[in-house]
Design a protein around this ligand. Structure first.
Ligand SMILES: [Zn+2]
Ligand SMILES: [Zn+2]
Length: 390
C-alpha cells in the first residue's frame, strides 16, 4: 500500500492522524496547524498586548511545556512582543517535583526564559509532605489545589507580573463543563469556560491559550517537536469526580472525536445564558493546568469534590440548593433574548459570600470570604500542629 500523502501539502507522507478530526498530516503540517490554531485562539480573544510580561505556569509536564514552546514560537513568528517568564511551584513532595523541576530548569535554558520557583514552604510554612504527615493522604489534594492556585498568583506578584498563562487544554475544560453540568451549577460552568479568568478587581489575570487544544494533540506536538518534558503522576490520590468525568470524555471521544470541542463549545453557549458570568476568579476549580497534584487528571483540584460534598451536605440540611425556576418564559435584556435561568433562593444570595470579592483579613489575598481558602486550611493545619506538639 502506498504511503498516504499529507492532506494539506499533498507532498509529504502523512504520519499524524489528528485526534481532533482524523485529518492525515505530515509532521510539518501538523506542527504548523497546531501552532496556527493556538495563534488564532490568542488573536481572536485578544489575549495579550504588546510588551506584556507574561508568566507561564510551568511544571515540566507536557501541557505547560508545549505551552511554553508554542508561545515562544508564536511570539517570535508573529511579533507579539511578549516578555515571557517561566513560573514554577514547588509543593514540596519528595521525589515528585525534584525531577520535574529539573525539567523546568532545562526548559528555561532551551527556551531562553527566566525561571522563578516558588515553594509552598516559603508561601505557607508547610510543604505538601508535611501536610500529608499531619492530615493523611485523604483530602490532601484540597490543600494542594488551593495552595497551588494562590501560589501562582503570589509568584506572579513577586515578579510584578499581571498575567499568568496555564496549560489547561480542551479536555480539562470539557471535564469541568461536564462536572458543573452534572452538578447543575450553571454560574460556575460559565466561569470555567471563559478563556480568561480573574476579573477587574483581581490583580493577576489568568488565561488558558491551549483551551481548544486536545490533550492527545498536545502529546503528539510534544513528541514530534521532541520537547523535553517530564511525565509522571502525582503520588497523592486523584479526585474521584473529575476522574469519572475524564473517563466519560475519553469514551465519548472514541465514538465521536469532535465531542471534546463540542462540549467546550456547548459550555460556552450555556455560559452566555447565565446571568452572572465573569464573577470571581478561576472556577475551573482546579489548579493550574500544570500537571500538578492529582493523577492523570493532572490538574485535579481535590477541592471540587470537597466543595461538592459540602454543597450536597448543605442541601440536605437546609435545602438551600433548591432552586426556583423563574416563571417568565423569555425575557428581553438589552435587546437580546434570555432564556429563563434557575436562580438561587434569595436567602442564599443574601448570605452567599461568592457575590462580593474582598480581601482575606489574614493575608490580604483577594478572596470572596473573610478569610481566603488557603488561610482557612492553614488555620486547621496549624491547629493540628499545635495539638501534636501539646
Ligand atoms: Zn504536509
Ligand atoms: Zn488569606
Amino acid at each position: 500500500m502506498p504511503p498516504t500523502p499529507c492532506m494539506l501539502c499533498q507532498k509529504n507522507r502523512a504520519i499524524v492522524k489528528r485526534p481532533k478530526n482524523h485529518h492525515k498530516l505530515c509532521r510539518e503540517c501538523f506542527l504548523s496547524t497546531f501552532e496556527n490554531e493556538v495563534h488564532h485562539t490568542i488573536i481572536s480573544s485578544q489575549l495579550f498586548y504588546p510588551g506584556e510580561r507574561v508568566a507561564i505556569g510551568a511544571s515540566g509536564g507536557k501541557d505547560s511545556t508545549v505551552l511554553a514552546s508554542v508561545l515562544k514560537t508564536l511570539n517570535e513568528r508573529h511579533g507579539y512582543g511578549l516578555d515571557l517568564v517561566l513560573l514554577s511551584i514547588d509543593e514540596g513532595i519528595k521525589g515528585y517535583r525534584d525531577d520535574s523541576l529539573e525539567t523546568v530548569k532545562r526548559n528555561a535554558t532551551q527556551y531562553e526564559m527566566p525561571l522563578q520557583i516558588v515553594g509552598y514552604d516559603q508561601l505557607y510554612g508547610w510543604t505538601m509532605d508535611q501536610v500529608v504527615e499531619t492530615i493523611g493522604k485523604k483530602g490532601n489534594c484540597t490543600y494542594c489545589g488551593v495552595f497551588r492556585r494562590q501560589a501562582l498568583d503570589r509568584g506572579a506578584k513577586m515578579l510584578d507580573i499581571k498575567h499568568v498563562v496555564t496549560g489547561h487544554n480542551a479536555d480539562d475544560v470539557a471535564e469541568t463543563v461536564l462536572m458543573n453540568l452534572l452538578r447543575g451549577d450553571l454560574p460556575r460552568l460559565s466561569r470555567s469556560t471563559s478563556i480568561v479568568t480573574g476579573n477587574s478587581s483581581s490583580e493577576v489575570k489568568r488565561s488558558k491559550p491551549l483551551k481548544y487544544a486536545y490533550e492527545k494533540e498536545i502529546v503528539l506536538y510534544a513528541h514530534h517537536k521532541k520537547l523535553d518534558y517530564f511525565s509522571t503522576e502525582c503520588i497523592y490520590s486523584p479526585e474521584a469526580f473529575r476522574g469519572t468525568a475524564r473517563s466519560l470524555i475519553k469514551s465519548l471521544e472514541k465514538v465521536r472525536p469532535s465531542a471534546i470541542l463540542d462540549i467546550v463549545r456547548s459550555g460556552e453557549d450555556m455560559a452566555r445564558l447565565t446571568p452572572d458570568k465573569g464573577q470571581g476568579g478561576c472556577d475551573c476549580g482546579d489548579g493550574d493546568g500544570m500537571g500538578g497534584c492529582g493523577s492523570a487528571a493532572a490538574d485535579t483540584p481535590g477541592g471540587e469534590m470537597a466543595q461538592m460534598e459540602a454543597r450536597l451536605k448543605g442541601q440536605v440540611e437546609s435545602d438551600s440548593l433548591e432552586t426556583e425556576v423563574k416563571t417568565t418564559s423569555l425575557t428581553e435584556v438589552d435587546g437580546s433574548v434570555r432564556l429563563p435561568i434557575r436562580g438561587r433562593r434569595p436567602k442564599e444570595v443574601a448570605s452567599g459570600p461568592l457575590q462580593t470579592l474582598g480581601r482575606c483579613k489574614k493575608c490580604g489575598y483577594m478572596s470572596s470570604q473573610d478569610m481566603c481558602q488557603a488561610c482557612t486550611l492553614l488555620e486547621n493545619l496549624n491547629k493540628n500542629r499545635a495539638d501534636i506538639t501539646i
